[in-house]
Unconditional design. Structure first.
Lengths: 106, 712
């Protein structure tokens, strides 16, 4: 294990990841602005990505890091798509409020 | 020509049917369908003529087209259940082939002119070709399964062609009626085939006919082939005897349906909704005689049962007089001829039933000529009169349609049995055979005498109604009322031709229409080619055909006699000519029925030509009888009340049960979860993303906690 990292325990990294994830989750649940909600899901991604990298280094297994690279690449593409969809939704109703899209309410 | 060529006779018309269907698809190709159909049928006739000497030489020959069904058959081809697509060629087959392909090509040729300009031209000839395929397969089939297949296929072709004018509700109803009534008879026919297989262990003619001939003592058991001997031994087992006797009665049920005998004759008069060539070919000359053919073919089997042939004779005799009386009071020309067909088929049944299969088959041939001709001339009249068929609305057409007039005259002479016409000789042979049989038979002599008298009365009636039509239509003062349709067909309504049809309807009463379709406001004669030439051939057959059919040849009954006696239709008992008033019964009957025919024609001439007022007065005096007869004895109404209505009531009851109970259960299964669980779960679908997100997070959290608990 590299020297610099040895001073930090695995749990520190996992904690940062968990905090990011939970912040994202809270943001997603409490906010109604579609863009903010979307950014929150991105934040949750990053939390998970940190956990993955940490585990990868901890187990000296590069698979996790490779996986993270993939996740980030796809997240970038998906972010472009999702923002495009948000723009379309905005054009339909002239609002970013998620509440406006509830036509299938039971 | 080698006899193997005969096996292509049914398949050429089938190929033609396929081509006709292809012609339906492109409008410019449609006129090709007629010649294709005529040529395919005529090729069959030519093949039959060329193979004739081969085919009738020696005993029946089997030509296999392909192996079809074989279950449990050993290496030598014996045992088990065997039904090949093979053809049984003997002189009876050849007689039927000549009738079917010969009359078929003449009628098809006539139809190329008759159907010209009809939108369904190609479809019509497709149906006719299919019919010829089915009919030739049926008469050539080497076993009961192929016979049954052909039997059902002619039913299908008949259905398709009766319902040819499918936009006309009455045609559709008539087609359905024909199909359904035939199903009743065919059920019996199928059961009869099962019974034959159960008792003989075979359905092949080559086995069951020799076995049955051995059972009635016509051939020696020692001369049977191994497989026929096996069939013989199985059928003569004690517990099979009763079944062997039941088989012909069941088979007869099929014949009654197809040949329109009491009680299943009701479909045939309605079948006249089809185009006239169809009535002539299928519902007069060929298909309806298949019952007579079947009984003749299986005559040894029918002879074995003491009840089968007397039943056939009784049904035939009763039908003959019953349908004949109805024909007296019908006003629709084609309906008169339809009941006449039923009546004449009754004669054929009577002939076969009194063991005069020669008479039955001969009358089949004569009838094919004169009845085909009657229907085609009626078609010409209908064509000329724009669909008018009511006897009361036409009179004195002899100047307008001289050729048709004299052609129908020839046909009527033969139908009436005027001496020295084909119908005279064949009908007399049957009538005389009934009296012969009555004198030979001890137990049922009275019954046979009654049938003979019925046959004589029918001969009188036949001549009356035949000439009633002729005198009404062609004699007397010239007056008529045109119909409103072409060929009795309603104006077709179809999107791809709507523009053309509209023009057609608008132009209905204009000169433009006349020149376009060749119809005039006044009745007109048919062209010689292709319409009147085939009719002349038919007329020759109907009048002088007897010279070829029943006179020339070494046999007592001429050609037809040697044909029938050279096949399985040869009766085991040779009929002795009885005596009556010190003379041969046959001569007595010739004299009596000849006089009856001439008397009836004279009467018809008086009542329907010379003094029509007297006819009207006579009808007015017997108004009750006329009403009963023109209502066809109310048989359709009785069937409706006794069979159709109760069945419909039952069906409605079942419909209600089906809707309420069965459908209700299915509906309940769908409705119940939706309205209990579904309504409860509905509340959770709030449409709030936050709510869903929280739900997911909570679910994940619960799952994580659960895993944590389990792992630790």
């Amino acid at each position: 294990m590299p020297e610099a990292l040895s001073t930090f325990a695995l749990s520190h990294y996992l904690l940062v990841g968990a905090v990011l994830f939970v912040l994202g989750l809270i943001g997603f649940v409490t906010r109604r602005n579609l863009i903010i909600m979307f950014l929150c899901t991105e934040m949750m991604f990053q939390g998970i990505a940190i956990s993955l990298v940490a585990f990868s280094r901890f187990h000296s297994n590069d698979t996790g890091q490779t996986f993270v690279i993939f996740v980030l690449t796809i997240a970038a593409a998906e972010a472009a798509l999702a923002l495009g969809l948000v723009v379309l939704l905005f054009r339909r109703k002239r609002t970013l409020d998620a509440q406006a899209w509830a036509a299938m309410r039971g | 020509m080698p006899i193997e060529v005969l096996k292509f006779v049914p398949w050429i018309p089938l190929l033609a049917a396929v081509f006709c269907c292809l012609c339906c698809m492109r409008k410019p190709l449609r006129p090709l369908a007629g010649p294709i159909c005529v040529l395919s049928i005529f090729t069959g006739f030519v093949i039959a003529v060329l193979t004739y000497t081969e085919a009738v030489a020696g005993p029946a020959q089997v030509v296999t087209f392909f192996k079809w069904i074989g279950v449990g058959v050993d290496a030598q081809g014996n045992g088990g259940f065997q039904a090949d697509f093979a053809y049984y060629i003997d002189s009876l087959t050849m007689v039927m082939l000549f009738v079917v392909t010969g009359i078929g090509s003449l009628v098809a040729l006539y139809a190329t002119g008759y159907m010209k300009g009809d939108r369904g031209f190609a479809r019509f000839f497709g149906g006719v070709s299919l019919f010829i395929f089915a009919m030739t397969s049926m008469v050539m089939g080497d076993n009961l399964i192929v016979l049954y297949l052909g039997w059902e296929m002619v039913g299908l072709a008949s259905y398709l062609l009766i319902g040819f004018y499918y936009s006309k509700p009455s045609a559709v109803a008539a087609a359905k009626k024909a199909f359904i009534v035939n199903r009743i008879g065919d059920l019996g026919f199928a059961l009869g085939i099962f019974t034959v297989y159960m008792t003989f262990g075979s359905v092949r003619y080559a086995e069951i006919i020799p076995a049955a001939q051995a059972m009635i003592g016509k051939v020696d058991v020692a001369t049977l082939s191994a497989s026929a001997l096996a069939a013989y031994q199985q059928a003569t087992l004690p517990h099979h005897t009763a079944w062997v006797m039941a088989a012909p009665l069941l088979l007869m049920l099929g014949a009654i349906g197809k040949s329109a005998q009491i009680p299943l004759y009701v479909w045939l008069p309605d079948a006249m909704e089809g185009p006239s060539p169809v009535s002539a070919l299928i519902h007069a000359a060929t298909m309806v005689t298949s019952g007579v053919y079947m009984i003749s073919r299986l005559l040894p089997l029918f002879e074995y049962s003491p009840y089968a042939l007397p039943t056939v004779a009784t049904i035939g005799g009763v039908t003959a007089i019953f349908a004949g009386t109805i024909a007296l009071c019908q006003y629709d020309i084609k309906r008169v001829f339809a009941f006449s067909t039923v009546s004449q088929l009754g004669y054929m049944f009577l002939g076969v039933g009194v063991l005069s299969s020669v008479g039955g088959m001969w009358h089949l041939i004569s009838h094919a000529f004169f009845k085909g001709l009657l229907f085609l001339t009626a078609g010409s009249v209908m064509h000329a009169m724009a669909g008018q068929l009511d006897l009361r609305k036409m009179s004195g057409l002899r100047h307008k349609m001289p050729v048709t007039c004299w052609l129908m005259f020839a046909a009527c002479l033969s139908l009436a049995g005027v001496p020295l016409t084909s119908g005279f000789f064949s009908k007399d042979l049957i009538i005389a055979a009934v009296f012969d049989r009555a004198q030979m038979e001890g137990t049922w002599a009275t019954g046979y005498y009654l049938l003979g008298i019925a046959a004589l009365v029918t001969a009188f009636i036949t001549a009356s109604y035949g000439f009633r039509v002729w005198f009404r239509v062609f004699m007397g003062p010239e007056q008529y009322e045109m119909g409103h349709e072409d060929h009795g067909a309603p104006e077709p309504e179809s999107p791809d031709h709507s523009a053309e049809d509209k023009a057609h309807q608008h132009g209905k009463n204009t000169e433009d229409h006349d020149t376009h379709h060749g119809h005039h406001h006044a009745p007109h004669e048919m062209p010689w080619w292709p319409m009147n030439i085939p009719l002349v051939v038919l007329a020759l057959g109907a009048t002088v055909g007897w010279i070829v059919v029943g006179f020339i040849g070494s046999h007592k009954y001429g050609w037809i006699g040697s044909m029938v006696y050279g096949s399985s239709a040869k009766p085991s008992v040779s009929i002795k000519h009885g005596t009556m008033l010190g003379l041969d019964v046959h001569y007595v009957m010739m004299a009596v029925s000849g006089l009856l025919a001439i008397g009836a024609i004279a009467l018809a001439a008086y009542l329907h030509w010379l003094n029509r007022d007297a006819g009207a007065r006579l009808a007015a005096r017997f108004v009750g009888v006329v009403k009963l007869l023109s209502a066809k004895y109310y048989v359709d109404e009785i069937y409706d009340a006794v069979i159709v209505k109760p069945l419909r009531l039952k069906a409605q009851l079942f419909f209600v049960i089906d809707q309420l109970i069965l459908d209700g259960l299915v509906q309940l299964v769908g409705w119940l979860p939706g309205n209990t669980l579904g309504r409860a779960a509905q509340k959770t679908q709030t449409g709030r993303l936050q709510g869903y997100g929280l739900g997911m997070a909570a679910g994940l959290a619960i799952l994580a906690v659960l895993i944590f608990i389990v792992v630790n």
